[in-house]
Every structure is written in structure tokens, then in C-alpha cells.
Design a protein around this ligand. Structure first.
Ligand code: FAD
Length: 423
């Protein structure tokens, strides 16, 4: 009798795997501790509208998420954000649009007018030296900060890469390994002999159109659709079920040992607790001054900017047309904070005023959610899906879970036609 596949955790990685295995005739059981599946892709009701509590978009590279949405019948609801540039709130308190051609804030042309405008002429000239340095400079860089500093200088790191990387990875450029920042960046620098040329090449190779997309109504529709389809194929999804321990060949769920082929889709219970804490504050504003989207789709904040604690602000209703429609003239903005600031809603209201270039007229509703994030961990003998193995982000998590599912399909057996779901 083939064993059940037991999945610990019910985030997107778990659901992609469970749906794939169930569709191929495996007996799958998913155990999710909270009262709903989705993990970091869950709705947040604010101002009477369901927004996303965390992930709000997916990277379009590789088409892996778009392909999945197509299978789930959601292709017609895939939307791209307003292409207006994001802005940078600089350390001197002024705000400028971010340069158009770059990767993680690294400029493809250091002397382009929009780059000089952000970092100044002297820093731009230093960055231009990148084109004249031997390819070996920065070749042994371990972090993105090391690489950009060696080739383009401090001005690019502090003025551009820092705010972008803090916004994307919640870390400083000196804390992000080059390969995590971009898997082929170092290789391209070696190939082209310059960082700017490597960035230009990677930008040119990227498919035309937006680098990210979302779903009309919110990204949280993805796990809902995945779970619905997995259940239709016979998967058993149990919420409110806490996995206490993961053993070879068994899960301990709420004190009960269940034998089967185990897949971990949650942080390793034996790993140290998540060390990175971030808080997102969503504000619904009655502020007609924001109708013209004075800071595009939002801003990244340079370290040390006076009077602002947030590290980024997204103008949700300027970024997503569906959200603007749902809020019907009101505005929604989301501010990101490292840690858990005291009195965070008052802080966010103040920061929104500074960042959007005028006082916020009236806050109609506000919600704050705190997230704790762990590191990628080395894998043991138990198969793992989700960001602790795949890296952060839905494109990485979905692609990786599809690959793990394909491997498991080779090593597990189909259930007999008459078998039930017990185990
Ligand atoms: C603020 C924020 C914004 C983000 N924005 C984006 C974005 O715009 N685009 C993007 O692509 N990615 C974004 N991400 C990252 C993306 O959401 C994650 O990488 C991805 O959703 C992780 O999926 P996962 O499969 O690892 O599962 P997770 O979402 O980590 O889910 C794990 C699940 O396991 C459950 N669990 C944990 N412990 C137990 C236990 N003991 N027993 C049972 N169940 C347990 C949890 O309740 C949870 O449901 C964002 C993340 C955050 C925090």
C-alpha cells in the first residue's frame, strides 16, 4: 500500500506541490497551523477592501507563475502595475524618480541624466570608472555591496543600491550574497568586463514588459485557487493543525504521530527562530492631493533620511488599477518598517505625510501586520519546498515546488483507485 504524502505547512510552495501530486493520483495531506492556507500570501481587509497582507505581486521571469495562473483559470485576471517609476526619498530629504535603466539600483549607464540627478556628478564619474577597470576587480566579491563598491564606488551603493535592496530584501547590500541578489550577475561581469555592461545585458535579455505582475483582486487569490484545485483532485487540507515535529517517515501533528512520505513546507522546527522582523502598515486616506500620484507608485527611502522611519512606501491605488477602482476615490498606501516600531500607526501617518510631500488629510482606516522571516537553511534528507529551500519570492517558490513535485512523482506510487483518504 503506497504511503500518503504528508505536507507540513500550507503556504504557496505546499499548495503547488499538493495540487500537482494529487492531480497525478497521489494521496496528499497538508497540515497548516493557522486557520487558512496561503502563509505570506493572505488577504488583509482594510477600508472595506481586501488587499494583500504581504506578497502583492510576482516576478514575471520564466513565466512560471503566469503558467500556473493560466492552468488555474486566472490568466484573464493577471494585471501589470502602473509603469510610472518609483521614487527615491534621498538622505537630504528631497525626492527624485529612480533611474529608468538599472538592476537592483545598479545603473546600466552611470552618466545617464537620471542617474546623475540622484547621485550627483562626482559619484557618477566614479561609477563610470567601472568601464575602465579590469574585469578582475570585484570578481571575488561575496556580497552585492562589495561588488558595486569595488566597481562603481560608494555613491552608487549608498544613493541607489542601498534603498532598492533594502526595499526588496529588507537587508543592506553588504548583507546580501551576490548570487542571492542575482544568480548570473558575477558571471556577466566577467563576460562583459564591466558591471554597467552586465546590467545593460541583463536588462536587454529580460522579456519586454513589466518585471512583475499581480492578480486583479489581490495575490491572495492564488493560494485560494491552488487549494481549491488540490482538494478537487482529492488532496486533504487540514487547517488549525500544528506540526510539532518532522521525523523521517512521520509528522507529529498536535501530539499525534502520522506515518507517510514527509515534505517540509514551513521553516525547519529545529532551526533558530526567524531573525528578521518587518512591519507593514496599510493606511486608507481621504487625500485628494494624492489623485495625481505625486510620487509615482511609491518611494524607497535612503538610509539616514531625516524625520522618516519607514524604509519604503507603496501607493497601492496608484500602482494597481483594480485597487483604485475598489477604493473609489480614496487612497491606500502601505509603509514598510524594519522591526516593530512603537506607536506604528501614528508613525506611519507622519511618515506618509513627509514622503508624499504634504500632510495626510484624513486616515479612514489603518492596519498593521508584523512578519518574521528566517534564513534559507541547508536541507537534510526530508524534501523541502517553500522559501527556506527555494529563496524568497513566488517565482522562486513556485518553480522550485514544481520541480520537487516532479521528483516525488518519480519516487512515489499512485493510490489504488478504490482507496479512501484516511491514513
Ligand atoms: C511583507 C512581505 C512581502 C512580500 N512580497 C512579495 C511579493 O510582492 N512578491 C513575491 O513574489 N514574494 C513576496 N514575498 C515573499 C513570498 O510571499 C514568500 O517567499 C512565499 O509566499 C513563501 O511561500 P512558502 O511556500 O515558503 O510558505 P509560507 O508563506 O512561508 O507559509 C508557510 C506556512 O507554514 C505554516 N506553518 C508554520 N509553522 C507551522 C507548523 N509548526 N505547523 C503547521 N504549519 C506551520 C504557516 O502558518 C504558513 O501558512 C513577500 C513576503 C513578505 C513577508
Amino acid at each position: 500500500m503506497p504511503s500518503d504524502v504528508l505536507v507540513a505547512g500550507g503556504g504557496v510552495g505546499a499548495l503547488v506541490l499538493a495540487r500537482r501530486l494529487a492531480a497525478a493520483g497521489r494521496r496528499v495531506r497538508v497540515f497548516e497551523a493557522s486557520d487558512r492556507v496561503g502563509g505570506q500570501v493572505v488577504p488583509l481587509r482594510v477600508g472595506g477592501v481586501d488587499l494583500d497582507a504581504a506578497a502583492e505581486s510576482f516576478a514575471t521571469r520564466g513565466d512560471v507563475v503566469a503558467g500556473l495562473l493560466d492552468e488555474l483559470g486566472l490568466a484573464a485576471d493577471v494585471v501589470t502595475p502602473n509603469p510610472a517609476p518609483a521614487w527615491l526619498h534621498r538622505a537630504d530629504g528631497s525626492a527624485v524618480p529612480l533611474p529608468a535603466a538599472g538592476l537592483l539600483g545598479i545603473p546600466a549607464d552611470p552618466l545617464a541624466a537620471d542617474v546623475v540627478r540622484v547621485i550627483g556628478r562626482r559619484a557618477a564619474l566614479r561609477a563610470r570608472l567601472d568601464g575602465m577597470l579590469p574585469a578582475s576587480v570585484g570578481a571575488d566579491a561575496e556580497t552585492l555591496g562589495d561588488l558595486v563598491r569595488a566597481r562603481m564606488g560608494d555613491g552608487v551603493v549608498d544613493g541607489l543600491v542601498g534603498p532598492v535592496v533594502r526595499g526588496v530584501h529588507s537587508r543592506e547590500p553588504d548583507q546580501v550574497p551576490v548570487a542571492i541578489a542575482h544568480p548570473t550577475l558575477l558571471e556577466r561581469v566577467r563576460e562583459h568586463g564591466s558591471l554597467a555592461a552586465a546590467v545593460a545585458d541583463l536588462r536587454a535579455a529580460a522579456p519586454a514588459g513589466s518585471q512583475v505582475a499581480g492578480i486583479r483582486g489581490g495575490m491572495h487569490r492564488l493560494p485560494q485557487a491552488l487549494a481549491g484545485d488540490a482538494v478537487r483532485h482529492g488532496a486533504d487540507i487540514v487547517t488549525g493543525a500544528h506540526v510539532d515535529a518532522i521525523e523521517p517517515g512521520a509528522l507529529v501533528v498536535d501530539g499525534r504521530r502520522i506515518a507517510g512520505d514527509v515534505v517540509r513546507a514551513m521553516p525547519d522546527p529545529a532551526a533558530p527562530p526567524a531573525d528578521r522582523v518587518l512591519t507593514l502598515v496599510t493606511l486608507v486616506l481621504d487625500a485628494p492631493g494624492l489623485d495625481r500620484a505625486p510620487r509615482g507608485t511609491g518611494l524607497l527611502v535612503a538610509a539616514g533620511a531625516p524625520g522618516v522611519r519607514a524604509r519604503a512606501l507603496t501607493h497601492i491605488t496608484a500602482k494597481w488599477a483594480w485597487a483604485a477602482e475598489a477604493f473609489d476615490g480614496r487612497h491606500a498606501v502601505r509603509l514598510s518598517y524594519d522591526g516593530e516600531p512603537d506607536d506604528v500607526i501614528a508613525t506611519a501617518t507622519r511618515d506618509a505625510g513627509v514622503l508624499l510631500g504634504g500632510p495626510v488629510v484624513e486616515v479612514e482606516d489603518a492596519r498593521s501586520v508584523t512578519w518574521r522571516r528566517g534564513e534559507r537553511a541547508p536541507e537534510g534528507p526530508t524534501p523541502v519546498v517553500g522559501e527556506t529551500a527555494a529563496g524568497t519570492g513566488l517565482a522562486a517558490v513556485v518553480g522550485h515546488a514544481e520541480r520537487v513535485a516532479a521528483q516525488l512523482l518519480e519516487t512515489t506510487q499512485t493510490r489504488p483507485a478504490a482507496a479512501g483518504q484516511g491514513g
